[in-house]
Design a protein around this ligand. Structure first.
Ligand SMILES: [Zn+2]
Length: 260
């Protein structure tokens, strides 16, 4: 039993499949990492994972726990239609905007196994720039030409918004939700997290450079294209798996309760 103040979360490891449990562990870890690295927004925004052996279902946070409180057993399991298949004994349910955004991704893309969405200051600020993310740094060139932009039409609570978001994302894995924040998807939770890590830092670096009131040094299109190509899928190792074990050691050293 995990105790968070007056809240008690029963362990469910023995009552879900191994595949679901591992997805729960990686997702709970990602919430803790998001909090640890300053990318959370209190209880707002959502990170999710598809259930590997039940692909029409996905895991997402109960709307009310802070990201630093999330455990593997505390995550909701929901269907693409919004039916809650598992809910811990907490006074928290499914956030409608979280459901809209994340179900849109899993419905549209069979390859997507994990998705991460943030409202960081840097992400929101770049999302409000007409120029979007510029290839100003090596880190930013990883995303050059690979970012979708999705226009803001108010909080995503309308089911019709799911098709619009899927259309905006297409086959890309990174999205700037204009006037809103950042979104990454991946074939695994580590991939989605490491992509968000890079995208976040690229946004931070761009804003700090643009704030210096001096001329910017933008690499030539040839250099941007060369750098971008070196980050192309298949051109280098997969980002995520190598970093993930170190990241888990980091949060284990702080508080291993996410594993419960
Ligand atoms: Zn949001």
């Amino acid at each position: 039993m995990t105790t968070i103040g007056p809240l008690k979360i029963a362990p469910i490891r023995g009552s879900v499949s191994e595949a679901e449990w591992h997805a729960r562990l990686d997702l709970a870890a990602c919430y803790r990492l998001c909090e640890h690295f300053g990318m959370s927004d209190m209880i707002y925004t959502h990170i999710s994972a598809r259930v590997p052996d039940s692909p029409n279902h996905f895991l997402i946070n109960p709307n009310g726990l802070f990201f630093g409180e999330i455990t593997a057993s505390s995550l909701l399991k929901v269907s693409m239609e919004g039916e809650i298949l598992y809910r811990p004994d907490l006074p928290y349910g499914l956030h409608p905007a979280g459901f809209t955004i994340h179900s849109a991704l899993y419905r549209a893309r069979a390859d997507v196994m994990a998705a991460m969405h943030t409202h960081t200051i840097a992400g929101m600020a770049v999302s409000a720039l007409k120029c979007g993310l510029l290839p100003l740094t090596q880190t930013a060139t990883r995303f050059h030409g690979r970012i979708a932009y999705h226009d803001f039409r108010g909080p995503e609570r309308d089911p019709a918004e799911r098709d619009a978001l899927a259309t905006s994302l297409g086959s890309l894995n990174y999205c700037i939700l204009r006037n809103h924040g950042l979104l990454t998807v991946g074939e695994s939770m580590p991939e989605a997290f490491i992509a968000m890590w890079g995208l976040e830092r690229a946004c931070q670096a761009q804003l700090q450079a643009m704030a210096c009131n001096t001329e910017l040094e933008i690499p030539s299109p040839e250099v941007v294209a060369k750098s971008c190509a070196m980050y192309a899928p298949g051109a280098s190792r997969r980002y995520g798996p190598l970093e993930w074990q170190g990241l888990l050691r980091r949060i284990d050293a702080i508080d291993p309760s996410w594993r419960e």
